[in-house]
Design a protein around this ligand. Structure first.
Ligand code: NAP
Length: 250
């Protein structure tokens, strides 16, 4: 059985990735900080999922050695853990903003960097990175979050291209608004209703895995937000900024 490691599996999109990948026959490694939530999910899943409590914002580098110690070989890495914030950058806590960059960007690089060489050696496997439509333009009042997701998206596009012609693949998942714990963590409660094209986690993951099956490099789950992003991509940046400034203004 192939093994999938899902970061941020204690909630939202990550928990749903774990459920649907288990349904596809993967053995699961569930990673996040809240052990109780991971154990609850593990009990619900078939097989014998491995639970690893780990803080990826502050110690991403020690996860791969821990996997090696346990003899776990990862075939599919789902870099999903992430969080955002909301407000004028000058008024936000700079330490929390930097933590966001460590989780949304640095941990993705560290984990992918540790696990990808083994996949390349075996000429099989893959990396899914949960980025966001937020990474497709700058977002006033979510400035660091949007920039961190632009990093995730561009990193994954480049990686997918480097891996072309090999047995290993990379794909970014770019959801629009999805009701999860994300909004409460970011201080953006109800924010999912301000942006068009809200969808549920089940649809995010099923459309993402369908795109994965088709060998896509990147996916925006949900037809409405997909068309909104296509339409806004052709507009000038000044117009994009004016529109999103209104949507995201606190
Ligand atoms: N919801 C949306 O509208 C939306 C849209 C586009 C993209 N996304 C992206 O989708 C991904 C999943 O978000 P979600 O909506 O499912 O949010 P969520 O329900 O808040 O889940 C976030 C997950 O990340 C984990 N996490 C947070 N900090 C961590 C840390 N320091 N170390 C390890 N794990 C950590 C959390 O687990 P613990 O707290 O237990 O550590 C949780 O499992 C994120 O990358 C998010 O940016 C979300």
């Amino acid at each position: 059985m192939p093994t999938a490691l899902v970061t941020g599996a204690s909630s939202g999109i990550g928990a749903e990735f774990a459920r649907q990948l288990a349904g596809r026959g993967y053995d699961l490694v569930l990673v996040a900080r809240r052990t109780d939530r991971l154990e609850e999910l593990a009990a619900e899943l078939p097989g014998d999922p491995v639970v690893i409590s780990h803080d990826l914002a502050n110690d991403a580098a020690s996860l791969a050695p821990e996997l090696e110690r346990r003899g776990i070989v990862v075939d599919l890495l789902v870099n999903n853990a992430g969080f955002g914030s909301h407000g004028r950058f000058a008024e936000l806590d700079p330490a929390r903003e930097a933590e966001q960059v460590r989780l949304n960007c640095e941990a993705v690089v560290v984990l992918t960097g540790a696990l990808l060489p083994g996949m390349v050696d075996r000429d099989s496997g893959g990396v899914i990175v949960v980025a966001s439509t937020a990474g497709m333009q700058p977002l006033p009042y979510q400035a660091v979050y949007a920039a961190s997701k632009a990093f995730a998206l561009n990193f994954t596009d480049a990686l997918a291209t480097e891996l072309r012609g090999t047995g290993v693949r990379a794909m970014s998942v770019n959801p629009g608004p999805v009701p999860t714990e994300w909004q409460a963590v970011a201080g953006f409660e109800g924010g999912e209703d301000k942006i068009p094209g809200k969808i549920e986690v089940e649809q995010v993951v099923s459309e993402s895995l369908e795109a994965w099956d088709k060998g896509k490099r990147s996916v925006i789950p949900g037809a409405v937000i997909r068309w909104v992003m296509r339409a806004s991509a052709v507009g000038p940046r000044a117009l994009q900024l004016r529109v999103v400034e209104r949507q995201y203004r606190p």
